[in-house]
Write a protein that binds this ligand. Structure first.
Ligand code: GNR
Ligand code: NI
Length: 167
């Protein structure tokens, strides 16, 4: 297993649309394990392949308190949504920024598991936000896109300044 470098806003690769996975093979399962190790190490509750520079439709997540329930979904799809819900979100690709985001309260999700088997379930509350956040990544969208332009431009300037200071 390996910890993969996480891309940071405003990296243009975070804006790419990821491609559907046609078949789940051992190489992709290895990517799942690396993404899980990266997510747990960060630490975060979710991670999209986009964030580690891989333009494939794959997300991993674990919202359990004990951090002992690793989950992955290939080609995740939202089939239906219900209600609206506001929650504070953060993102490993936008470190240090926490803002309230309005999303669907519950979502019906379908995808493929690590064996390529189709799975379908209902997510609500924090899990619902997390899954919507991860699927947004696969579509090149970041949670800061839901904020005002002024807030987003402040965050971008701060991120670029931070990056310059690190170089
Ligand atoms: O660690 C994370 N926390 C979080 C909190 C609220 C809503 C979504 C998330 S996902 C985030 C990790 C991440 O950046 N995933 O893409
Ligand atoms: Ni994120």
């Amino acid at each position: 297993m390996a910890i993969l470098p996480i891309l940071h806003f405003p990296d243009p690769r975070l804006r790419e649309t990821a491609h559907a996975v046609s078949a789940v093979d051992d190489k992709l399962r290895e990517l799942v394990d690396d993404m899980l190790e990266t997510m747990y190490g960060a630490p975060g509750v979710g991670l999209a392949a986009t964030q580690v520079g891989v333009a494939k439709r794959l997300i991993v997540f674990d919202i359990s308190e004990a951090r002992d329930t690793p989950q992955c979904l290939f080609n995740p799809q939202i089939l239906a949504t219900d209600g609206i819900s506001e929650r504070e979100e953060g993102c490993l690709s936008v470190p240090g920024v926490y803002e309230t985001v309005t999303r669907a309260e519950s979502v019906r999700v379908r995808g493929r598991d690590r064996d390529g088997k189709t799975v379908e379930f209902e997510a609500e509350g924090f899990l619902s936000h997390c899954i919507q956040h991860e699927i947004d990544h696969l579509n090149g969208k970041l949670f800061v896109d839901y904020l005002s332009g002024l807030k987003r431009s402040r965050i971008r300037k701060q991120a670029l300044k931070h990056r310059r200071e690190k170089l």
